[in-house]
Design a protein around this ligand. Sequence first.
Ligand SMILES: Nc1nc2c(ncn2[C@@H]2O[C@H](COP(=O)(O)OP(=O)(O)OP(=O)(O)O)[C@@H](O)[C@H]2O)c(=O)[nH]1
Ligand SMILES: [Mg+2]
Length: 455
Amino acid sequence: MEFDTIAAISTGLVPGGIGIVRVSGPRAVAVCEPLVRLRKGALSGSAANHLYYGKITDGETVLDEALIAVLKAPHSYTAEDTVELQCHGGPYVLNRVLEAVLKAGARLAEPGEFTKRAFLNGRLDLSEAEAVMDLISSHTELARETALKQLQGAHSEKIRAMRAVILEKTAYLEAALDDPEHYELEGFADEVSSAAKALRDEIQGMLRLADNGRLLTEGVRTAIIGCPNVGKSSLLNRLLGFERAIVTQIPGTTRDTIEESVRFGDLVLRLSDTAGIRESEDTVERIGIGRAREAIREAELILLLTDGSKPFSKDDEALLALCGGKKCLLLLNKADLGLAETPESLEKRLKLPCFAVSALSGSGLDAVLEKIRELFCLSEIRQQPLIVTNIRHKELLRQAERSLSCVLDTVEAGAPEDLLTIDLMDAYRALGQILGEEVEEDLINEIFGKFCMGK
Ligand SMILES: Nc1nc2c(ncn2[C@@H]2O[C@H](COP(=O)(O)OP(=O)(O)OP(=O)(O)O)[C@@H](O)[C@H]2O)c(=O)[nH]1
Ligand SMILES: [Mg+2]
């Protein structure tokens, strides 16, 4: 495939020590040649994979001093000839250098286009290329680890291994159907069935962890809810470690939903502190209460807070009913004032995990965080060699799972063997699309379009 030569600023557009203008394509060296003044010789005569010190010029004007890296295909990020101009990291300087490069004949790269080239040139498969974006946007150790494993091909390897099994079975089936004299089909359906079952189990395992994996890389959407004045905003502030929300002794203090993210080691919570829920005449408060209900709907975890120094009330009970079907923890706050009921007795009665806490002193909160880790299988996930976080991959895994289920049904029903190959090939194709095989161009453009500029 023949491409044109593209350029972009590959580092962030904020002042920094260095900033890089990357130029990639068959004419990368030719485009940069007239702009670069080395101490000795010309850029075209320079050795590959070396760094050179030189000046970047635009006509007579010296724009910057830079280190210039010349990388020759296929040993570069894009697998094409690449020149990296490592300039001073000021947005204005970098823009001037980029302009000069464009004037010299390069085209401005689209977002993600360098990575797209790496994919189209076969250096990365699609799953690996997508991992680049995940790595750039990772905020947690788990997200970073997962993205890097994916980038290094762990996912692709597993998918390829699964496809190899499917292909082998399909090939035998096809051959046997074509040439029944030389290939034995007797008992083969059972063999296909056990292979399909093993693959389906593996995929189901991946999907199960995928849901939790996403929560842990993006953060668990957590709503703090409760009646007015029970200490919701105090809890938010305590978890954040600073006074984010206003706390007063007046019920109805919080009117709007407040959202903040906080990290405890590997656990990331996207907390929303909500207005205390009660019947209210006050218009602003009523709107706030509506938002609190919405926060419950969107939450993946609910921390239902009560004033533990008072008995569990009818109002608390009504709120608990709102949380039906969600992961929910009951926190008996203000434990420092003495508890009206023990967490153990409430836990038995309400059948949900209860904790005595104090937003004032912070006591009891470590146990709550530990419980959340347990609820979302954090330690189990950490031990997994592989977690699928990409939504596109998940959908394709689901498709493959469905096709394999059809294979099992066909064998079960004793239907003719040629029906098996259709579903086997569907599963094969769905898995292939994770790697970028048989993927439509539009989809490729959409995937890379989500990348940042210069990547
Ligand atoms: N003793 C004690 N007081 C607390 C604790 N947590 C909160 N309070 C007090 O309870 C009152 C209400 O606290 P907030 O955090 O504003 O309660 P809230 O649930 O956000 O209230 P609304 O926003 O009005 O619904 C304040 O006077 C806090 O100082 C606690 O753990 N122990
Ligand atoms: Mg509040």
